[in-house]
Design a protein around this ligand. Structure first.
Ligand SMILES: NC(=O)c1ccc[n+]([C@@H]2O[C@H](COP(=O)([O-])OP(=O)(O)OC[C@H]3O[C@@H](n4cnc5c(N)ncnc54)[C@H](OP(=O)(O)O)[C@@H]3O)[C@@H](O)[C@H]2O)c1
Length: 190
């Protein structure tokens, strides 16, 4: 998912820092393939970007966030992870992205791209794609990014409202619908 995102984002004109677990040398083939616009980094360096995409197995999120260190308040943290095996809910958490926000110290989390197969990132074909966040500015930022790479974003007003909708095997997971059909699906699924 991270590789696919790096390809489409650089193509759309973003400068992308990429990091993984094995270290930057292991990223050389991907960097060579993509060419300009992508820079190998470590987690702490990548965490300095204004928009950070989490594309790791859900059970690696806590460790990764620790490696990233505290995020600046302005950072938009895009959570593309799926908690296939569940998560350790704390208090009234209703979904894994609320758990990510908690683990990230209350960062501005936007749940997005978790419902989309990585192969689809390269050919969005104007399809509708759901995203959710509690912070309207963060939501708008990611809506613009999704539009720029060729999707038609459909906003869900809170992480809580999206918890069941966007979860693995939820009603929006893996859908390939146009924007209007996606809006209709969201309305009927609520
Ligand atoms: N694949 C899809 O189509 C798709 C679609 C939507 C959402 N997602 C979600 O995206 C996430 C990643 O899925 P994937 O299919 O891309 O998995 P993947 O191919 O196994 O890639 C996982 C990546 O996470 C990195 N990673 C693992 N632990 C890490 C850590 N502690 N610190 C830094 N990097 C770490 C790995 O680094 P190394 O390469 O160094 O091991 C690898 O680059 C999952 O939550 C998945 O549910 C996937």
């Amino acid at each position: 998912m991270g590789s696919a995102a790096a390809r489409v984002l650089t193509r759309a004109g973003y400068e992308v820092l990429i990091a993984n677990r094995r270290g930057r040398v292991s990223l050389t083939p991907l960097v060579d393939e993509i060419g300009s616009g992508v820079v190998p980094a470590n987690a702490a360096e990548a965490a300095g970007a204004p928009i950070v995409l989490l594309a790791v197995p859900f059970d690696a999120v806590a460790e990764l966030l620790e490696d990233m260190g505290p995020l600046p308040a302005a950072t938009v943290l895009v959570d593309a992870t799926n908690a296939w095996g569940g998560w350790d809910a704390v208090g009234g958490e209703a979904g894994s992205s609320e758990a990510v926000a908690r683990m990230a110290g209350g960062a501005r989390v936007v749940k997005a791209l978790c419902t989309v197969h990585a192969n689809r990132l390269g050919s969005p074909d104007g399809l509708g794609v759901p995203l959710a966040a509690d912070d309207p500015d963060a939501r708008a930022t990611v809506s613009r990014l999704l539009t720029r790479i060729g999707f038609r974003p459909v906003e869900i007003p809170s992480l809580r409202a999206a918890a069941d909708l966007m979860a693995p095997e939820g009603p929006l997971f893996g859908l390939t619908l146009d924007e209007d059909a996606l809006r209709a699906q969201i309305s009927t699924s609520r």
